[in-house]
Design a protein. Sequence first.
Length: 269
Amino acid sequence: MNKIGSLKLIVRLFAVWIFSTASAAELHPIVEVESGYFFGASKEGKWIKSEQAKSSIADDVKYRLYGLTSQLGEAKGSRPAAIEDVCPDTLSVTLSPKSEKGVIALAAPWNALPRKPRVADTTQQVYVDSVRDFLQSRGIKDPKVKIKSIIRVDLDGDGEDEVLISATNYFSEDESGSANAANGSYSAVILRRVVGGKVRIQLIAGEFYPKAKHFAAPNEFVVSAVLDLNGDGKLEIVVHSAYYEGGATMIYECKGDKIIEVLSVACGV
């Protein structure tokens, strides 16, 4: 091969390397901080499942750590790997250092918390009434309303706040730990927002027990974070659920009047 041919080959190989590096850089992995579970990633605004994304994630990826209302610093993460002997289908990333208050780790250049969620008073009558009406629509005749948290935040950046309500009543002190569900018990995360000039209440995730059920393994659902995880300027809703032998965390996005689960992680029996 002459010098010109060699030069062309070097240029071609360099272009391939640049392209592959840029493609890898476009992948933005998402990790649950407490468990280290690997959700997957976003790329150019689209969602990539964990199995598809894992081979593109290297060691020592730099993540930003986020809690419910603030960014909590940075950490480096390992390559995603299976959790042997526990949940082999779930991938995990080791983060260092690990924030005790962190919820989500995201490797991305944008600020995932462009609009700060505000925690509101759970005793406000308008929201108590909204939850009661919603529970009745789910078949619970005389609901005992027990709101765990209310979060106000502008999800889509239109200047109008939406309201996320986490409500749970399993008629026990800690609302979890039992295999059974009592009559009239429930746990749900609901979204209260204005659509077309009218207030609309929508279920994000939940379970309802109009009648008692044995061995139901009821879940407690709560909003754990509200973040822009794919860089489109809109905030996704992160919901954690737990039952007596395991748990899961789901990421939801609002598309028009629909609420769609886009990524999730889980471990349990």
